[in-house]
Design a protein around this ligand. Structure first.
Ligand code: DGL
Length: 268
């Protein structure tokens, strides 16, 4: 017998920064009544330049403490870097259902006409065996060109603090893809970091016409909805954003967070 789910139990969305908001936007559309806690590990940002061991230890440790304290009904690791490195391990150690975020290579392979797919992710994500396995399983006969675009993480963070996006970060990402052998034929780009859809308009302009972008946010939201189907939802307190470091700039995110229904900022 399962215990009945507390209607006020939140869904916990976790990322290193604001990238997971791209998943939250899709989740709101599907489950508007769901109580949400959005956790940003700004003390650990960026994950992309860390080692596998650092990311795994950080994510497992934080999620362990967060699930104990916040009692979520489900955890979504809304971060490709953390998911491709630590999803299996976190699932092994936590009792709560975990939804991960992995690069949308399967839909990209179905969409491409030229057979050449670009993939933008963090340095850590693009070297993961998880990505090799997705490529082998779903992109056979296609070319998958992977490019690390850490500057886009910084640019997306700046954008949500209300600061301008440095066009050099956008150009570095798209020029990097185009400069790879076969890069001129890319017609589909996988945004394999949850921060990057926040910059899709700028990336689309820089890639030029005829390039389609694909990411997993909508699919992840559907998966969360499936796993919580039939559960009662009632928001007892306003949804909050939790940051792991009490840095002064966290308050600059408040207007953007409010647009995602996160009306207060707290430090974990
Ligand atoms: N949002 C994270 C992802 O999806 C990465 C950002 C970072 O480097 O911390 O990969």
């Amino acid at each position: 017998m399962h215990n009945p789910v507390d209607p006020a139990a939140p869904i916990l969305l976790f990322d290193s920064g604001v990238g997971g908001l791209t998943v939250l936007a899709e989740l709101r559309a599907l489950l508007p009544q769901a109580p949400v806690i959005y956790a940003a590990d700004n003390a650990g940002l960026p994950y992309g330049s860390k080692t596998e061991a650092q990311v795994a230890a950080r994510v497992a440790g934080l999620l362990g403490r967060m699930t104990e304290r916040l009692r979520p009904r489900l955890v979504c690791i809304a971060c490709n870097t953390a998911s491709t490195i630590a999803l299996g391990m976190v699932r092994d150690v936590l009792e709560v259902p975990i939804v991960g975020t992995v690069p949308a290579i399967k839909p990209a392979a179905a969409m491409t006409r030229t057979g050449v797919i670009g993939l933008l992710g963090t340095e850590a994500t693009i070297r993961q065996g998880y990505v090799d396995r997705l490529e082998a399983e779903f992109a056979q006969g296609k070319r998958l060109l992977r490019h690390a675009a850490p500057g886009l993480v910084e640019a997306a963070e700046a954008l949500l603090r209300g600061a301008p996006v440095d066009p050099a970060h956008i150009a570095a990402a798209t020029d990097g893809l185009r400069a790879m052998p076969g890069g001129g034929e890319i017609d589909t780009v996988v945004l394999a970091c949850t921060h990057f859809p926040l910059l899709q308009a700028q990336l689309a302009e820089a890639m030029g016409p005829g390039v389609r972008f694909v990411h997993g946010a909508a699919g992840i939201a559907r998966q969360i909805a499936r796993l919580t189907q039939g559960q009662p939802f009632a928001r007892a307190v306003p949804d909050i954003a939790l940051f792991t470091a009490a840095a002064p700039e966290i308050h600059a995110y408040a207007p953007a967070l409010a647009q995602y229904g996160l009306s207060a900022i707290e430090v974990f």
